[in-house]
Design a protein around this ligand. Structure first.
Ligand code: ADP
Ligand code: ADP
Length: 232
């Protein structure tokens, strides 16, 4: 079945009044597919990503990742799923400032229970893959924005997650560097990693196999761009 499946997902926030961030969204990500989500500010994109990323739970409907029903899981189970099945790439990189590249990439593997030696080996392999083998002992402040994002992508891929969630991954780097970042995500997708990307940029979204547009918490349209087959 699909790696990620949302079924009739509704999410409301109660702050005095009720805001309906998602108003009934269904979405399936086939294994190895690459989906971009676009939509205006406030349309529910971040809410969708937070639900798939096991950072929050739906008000109604179900969110399944790698066969796990996230709404039915305990907080500990959700944390474990987050650590092993989900990779995050953020606009602001979110690297640990006092840790070097190897330690940053190895961090998810600490949560996944890997031994120190295997963590180091895996992190080194991934830093080589993103072209930063010679920067492995640099801290984030000693790296450019593009290099930081490459470390973040290596970190996201470290546990070989079922899905990588990328939220405006090129938002803080220049266009040329952004192209390199998008090439790394495409390479990960070519190796079989399922990707869910949120972006405001049509040009960036066109790296995906399909573009899903959301508006007012609902799916507005779906555009297939070829490549692998994405479902529903
Ligand atoms: P998020 O979608 O992650 O919640 P925001 O909606 O706050 O982020 O938008 C992030 C940045 O993108 C802001 O600087 C905002 O002004 C800009 N932005 C928002 N909507 C659009 C859009 N439709 N097209 C281009 N830029 C946008
Ligand atoms: P987008 O990422 O497309 O900009 P969001 O998912 O951030 O959209 O927001 C969708 C709606 O939900 C907006 O009206 C936003 O103000 C609201 N919202 C998002 N997160 C929260 C929250 N933590 N508390 C209250 N309202 C929220």
């Amino acid at each position: 079945g699909p790696v990620v499946r949302l079924t009739d997902v509704r999410k409301t926030y109660d702050l005095g009044g009720t805001v309906e961030a998602l108003a009934g969204v269904s979405l399936s990500l086939a294994d190895g597919s690459y989906t971009a989500v676009m939509g205006p500010s406030g349309s529910g994109k971040s809410t969708l990503l937070n639900l798939v990323g096991a950072l929050d739970t739906p008000t109604d409907g179900t969110v399944e990742v790698a066969g796990n029903d996230l709404g039915a899981a305990t907080d500990d189970e959700r944390a474990a799923i987050r650590g092993t099945e989900i990779g995050f790439v953020f606009q602001t990189f979110n690297l640990l400032p006092r840790s070097d590249a190897v330690e940053n990439v190895a961090l998810p593997l600490v949560f996944a229970g890997w031994s120190r030696e295997r963590r180091h080996e895996r992190a080194t392999e991934l830093l080589d893959r993103v072209g930063l083998g010679d920067r492995r002992h640099h801290r984030p402040t000693q790296l450019s924005g593009g290099q930081r994002q490459r470390v973040a992508i290596a970190r996201a891929l470290a546990p070989d997650p079922a899905v990588v969630l990328a939220d405006e991954p090129t938002g803080n780097v220049d266009t040329e560097t952004g192209a390199g970042v998008m090439n790394l995500l495409a390479a990960a997708n070519d190796r079989g990693t399922t990707i869910l990307l949120v972006t405001h940029s049509r040009e960036i979204a066109e790296h995906a196999d399909r573009i899903v547009t959301v508006r007012d918490g609902r799916r507005e349209s779906t555009e297939e761009l070829g490549g692998h087959t994405a479902t529903g």
